[in-house]
Design a protein around this ligand. Structure first.
Ligand SMILES: Cc1ncc(COP(=O)(O)O)c(C=O)c1O
Length: 431
């Protein structure tokens, strides 16, 4: 099936598949490779169906100003592709706190935490995040990506085993390359498969077994069933590493994350999160027992050898935590919007039942996803198309992220555009 579609993609003008290009260019010498890639991307840009690197000229709110290079105009679009779930990036309180942090502490720190970048704001934020995650201590990294690299490469050693969910994020897959531990994949959210692997690998006394999962899976928006999964991890004496990038600030009664949602926060051994989703800035953190954090402070290379986050970034996260505490209605709105969007979009075919603020809409067999996204763009809706080869060809999807600020009218508009496209059964007719 995948092969058939790959051929079809080539025939209908989408010979711009990155995979086809990569196959062809794999062994080319440097100059040829980069210049052919340049020509390839230029071709993609010129065919007007490219929805990457769209130029945004406003705050990342529910509505954004997008520069349209083909029409040479700037116009308003409804944003359904941002992880700024609670709208914190443009919250007046957050902006005010960021401005005062710049006035008081300046724009940056000029070095890594271990040498000269460990600020009061960072120290206080680590304490707040450790509390949020019901852990003893916390360590802040400059990106979420670097957090996963530093966490896995410093804590997991050669004799150890990492059992991980097949839908783990790219940053985790890259982290795996930095360790000599034995990697063992289990089928997405399949607890029988996990138990089979736990049984097999927990018998070796010389190795520690880590089970690495996500709270909210970033592509599909479904949750890891922590209520049933954590008891299994405990039963086999393994350690749980939870990446809750998309759950932190969103899930749970107080916004602590997916573990709070399942009432098992204190059972998570090592909790990872990012500042790039709900907090809408950048950075990441690990919250864990004090011995684990102290070890990482001295051995996580992406922490030691990378400059510390600037005060304004830390101030934004502090302010975000204040808002999450003081304005629970934002999360209530977000979930009402997610439920409403689920009701509206379910008839068009979802990848799975979403439980957070991400909805993955299946792309029908007949649809050219790139052309379809270009049509959706023309109708003023900003969506992310998750294309082959990022996912298998029969699993291409549109990834829709809800925000607390979306209105019912926004979601109705999204649905009407999807309805028009889906019923037309042909991207070209939709103009
Ligand atoms: C599950 C997950 N983990 C880690 C990351 C990396 O985070 P960042 O973008 O903050 O570097 C992401 C970002 O997409 C993610 O979705």
């Amino acid at each position: 099936m995948a092969r058939r579609k790959e051929k079809m993609i080539t025939e209908n003008g989408q010979s711009s598949s990155l995979r086809l290009f990569l196959k062809k260019s794999k062994d080319q010498e440097f100059n040829k490779r980069v210049s052919e890639f340049y020509a390839f991307i230029d071709g993609v840009r010129k065919n007007k169906n490219n929805s990457y690197f769209r130029l945004i000229d406003s705050e990342p709110g529910r509505e954004v100003l997008v520069r349209d290079e083909h029409l040479d105009t700037t116009r308003k679009m409804l944003m359904f592709a941002s992880n700024n779930y609670l709208g914190l990036a443009s919250h007046p309180y957050v902006k005010e706190k960021v401005r005062s942090a710049v006035d008081k502490y300046g724009a940056g720190v000029g070095g890594p935490s271990i040498l000269n970048g460990y600020t009061r704001l960072m120290n206080e934020l680590e304490e707040r995040l450790a509390d949020l995650k019901h852990q003893e201590d916390c360590l802040i990294f400059s990106t979420g990506y670097g957090t996963n690299l530093g966490m896995v490469s410093s804590l997991v050693k050669k004799n150890d085993v990492i059992i991980y969910d097949s839908l783990s994020h790219a940053s985790f897959y890259d982290a795996l390359k930095l360790t000599k531990a034995t990697p063992v994949k289990f089928k997405h959210n399949d607890l029988d498969d996990l138990e089979t692997k736990l049984k097999k690998y927990s018998q070796k006394s010389e190795s520690t077994v880590f089970v690495c999962i996500e709270g909210v899976y970033s592509m599909d928006g479904d949750l890891a069933p922590l209520d049933r999964l954590i008891p299994l991890v405990k039963k086999y004496g393994a350690y749980c590493m939870l990446d809750d990038a998309h759950g932190t600030g969103v899930m749970g009664k107080k916004g602590s994350g997916t573990a709070e949602h399942f009432n098992c926060s204190s059972d998570i051994d090592i909790s990872m999160g990012t500042f790039s989703k709900t907090f809408a800035v950048t950075g990441g953190f690990v919250a864990a027992p004090k011995e684990v954090i102290t070890y990482m402070r001295y051995f996580a290379r992406s922490y030691i050898f990378s400059a510390s986050l600037p005060p304004m970034n830390l101030a934004a996260v502090h302010a975000g935590l204040d808002i999450i505490e003081k304005e629970p209605w934002l999360r209530k709105n977000l979930f009402e919007n997610a439920c409403y969007a689920f009701e509206k979009l379910n008839p068009y075919g979802l990848v799975t039942h979403p439980e957070a603020a991400i909805i993955a809409l299946k792309v029908p067999e007949w649809m050219d996803i790139r052309k379809a996204n270009s049509m959706i763009h023309k109708r003023g809706i900003f969506l992310n198309a998750i294309e082959y080869p990022a996912v298998p060809v029969d699993q291409q999807r549109f990834r829709i992220s809800l925000m607390a600020q979306h209105t019912k009218e926004d979601i109705n508009k999204l649905e009407s555009v999807i309805a028009e496209l889906w019923t037309s059964k042909h991207c070209e007719k939709f103009d």
